[in-house]
Every structure is written in C-alpha cells, then in structure tokens.
Design a protein around this ligand. Structure first.
Ligand SMILES: CC(C)(COP(=O)(O)OP(=O)(O)OC[C@H]1O[C@@H](n2cnc3c(N)ncnc32)[C@H](O)[C@@H]1OP(=O)(O)O)[C@@H](O)C(=O)NCCC(=O)NCCS
Length: 239
C-alpha cells in the first residue's frame, strides 16, 4: 500500500503565492483557498465539486480552478461557472492540487500514475456530513462523500473513495484505489485489497477478505472471502 498519513483529514493550507494574474485558471483573490483541479469532468467529477463546495461553505478552503479530463458536458460545467481546461496534461502548467473525480478504481489508478509524474499533490476531501471516528489512517487522495461513515481503527488506502452513505466499520483495512459505491457497507475486521469496486448497496459481512481487483455487484451480500479479480454478485454473493 502507498503512503498513509496518520494526521487527521484536514485540508491543506493555502500556498504562499496562489495568484498569477496572467493565468485565467489562477485563483482570483488573496482570500481564496488553495487552488484545486478536479480530474474527471463527468457526473462523478461534478459530484466531487459538490463535495468541495460543501467544505468551502463552512470554511473557504479550496479555489476550484476547473476540471481536466478527456471529455465532459461543457454546458453542465458552465452552469457551475467552471470549464473543462483540457486533458490531464494541462496540470503540468497549472499550479494546483488535484482531486480525482473518477469512480472506477482502474482509471483512477492510471490517472494517478500520470499525475504523480507531474509532481502534483492529491487532497483529501471529507464532506462535512461524513463522520470519521478515532484512530483511523487515511491515505492521500481519500474522498468521503456526504453520509459516509468510518468508525474506528480503520485504514483507508490512497485514493480510496467512499461514496454517499457508504460505511466502513471498526478494524477494517482497505487498500488503495478502492471504491465503495453509494450505500455499500463493510462490517468490522474486513480486509479489502487494492482496486476493489463495491457496487451500490453491497454488504460485506465481518472478518472477510476481498481480493485485489475484485468487483462486488450492486446489492450483493458477501458471506465468504472473494478471490482476486472475481465478480461477486447476488445474495449470497457467488462468482
Ligand atoms: C455485477 C456487475 C458488475 C455486472 O457483472 P457481470 O458479470 O458483467 O454481469 P452481466 O451484466 O454480464 O450479467 C450476467 C448475469 O448477472 C446478473 N447480474 C448482474 N448484476 C447483478 C447484480 N448486481 N446482482 C445480481 N445479479 C446480477 C445479470 O442479470 C445476468 O444474469 P443472467 O445470466 O441470469 O441473465 C454489475 O451488474 C453491477 O452490479 N455493477 C455495480 C453498479 C454500481 O453499483 N455502480 C455504482 C454507480 S455509483
């Protein structure tokens, strides 16, 4: 697993020089937050913007510069007063941190690998309506959407995303680039390896292991270990 930080999921402080008058993508005022680009301009990217806006509504923390990605609905983006700046290579010329608004583990990992080469930093985003208990370890780029719950002594690896109302219970070890779709529930003492995708409303019962790259279908109830790469679905889940 990549680097895990033990510090709490607080936003990064503003950079010393956030402004650049000649760049339209630069933040507009000294009061604005840390420049941030959302990678992924589809629906999940726009939901990520919701999350950032919810954080900013409490404390102005981020100044969203725009989206990067291969495609996006420019009309929907312009309604949010933001635009698609181009593909992710644009991050080489924009001084900004980034959040990955990409739902699937594989593409998220690939984009991360590209951005790491550019030296850009992923932020952690924790929605004000998410809850995080004591003594957890959250990796770089972790995103917790509204209603997500992490109880205690949990490890979430880098760029792991808990979508709306997803739950991870005590003593779980969740790897890198794992996605919990809305309403997925992981009971206590579960180990989930890297790149696992849990579909909407999936349930993983206690003390199980989900192997690397496995997919758990929407609504599945997992009652036994899932091998790496398997697609588990149904109640009880079979593959
Ligand atoms: C499980 C999943 C990954 C598809 O797996 P798959 O093996 O490619 O499945 P297919 O679409 O080829 O369907 C194969 C069979 O599985 C069934 N099946 C598919 N998904 C299922 C699910 N979640 N639960 C139960 N059965 C399912 C299909 O009905 C089909 O059955 P049949 O052979 O009797 O016709 C997908 O259906 C799923 O659940 N994805 C999660 C979507 C989601 O939650 N997204 C979150 C968005 S935020």
């Amino acid at each position: 697993m990549a680097s895990i930080r033990r510090d709490p999921p607080t936003p990064r402080p503003s950079p010393e020089s956030p402004e650049s008058p000649e760049s339209p993508e630069s933040p507009g005022s000294p009061e604005s937050g840390s420049p941030l680009v959302i990678v992924g301009a589809g629906g999940h990217g726009r939901e990520t913007l919701d999350l950032v806006e919810a954080i900013n509504a409490l404390t102005q923390t981020f100044d969203v510069v725009g989206f990067v990605g291969s495609s996006g609905d420019t009309e929907l983006l312009s309604r949010r007063r933001l635009r698609l700046l181009g593909d992710i290579d644009q991050l080489s010329r924009i001084e900004a941190d980034y959040a990955l608004g990409i739902g699937m583990p594989g593409p998220r990992r690939r984009v991360h690998d590209q951005l790491r080469a550019l030296g850009r930093q992923a932020v952690r985003l924790v929605h004000p309506l998410a809850s995080v208990g004591a003594d957890n370890r959250l990796g770089d780029g972790v995103i917790l959407a509204a209603g997500a719950r992490v109880t205690t002594n949990v490890t979430l690896g880098c760029h792991t995303h808990l979508n709306l109302n997803a739950v991870v219970s005590h003593d779980c070890e969740i790897g890198d680039f794992v996605t919990l779709s809305p309403g997925a529930i992981v009971n206590g003492d579960v180990q989930i390896e890297d790149d696992v995708f849990l579909g909407t409303g999936a349930i993983v019962t206690p003390q199980l292991r989900i192997g690397r790259g496995a997919v758990v279908g929407a609504g599945a109830v997992v009652l036994s270990d899932v091998p790496p790469g398997a697609t588990a679905k149904g109640v009880p889940a079979r593959w």
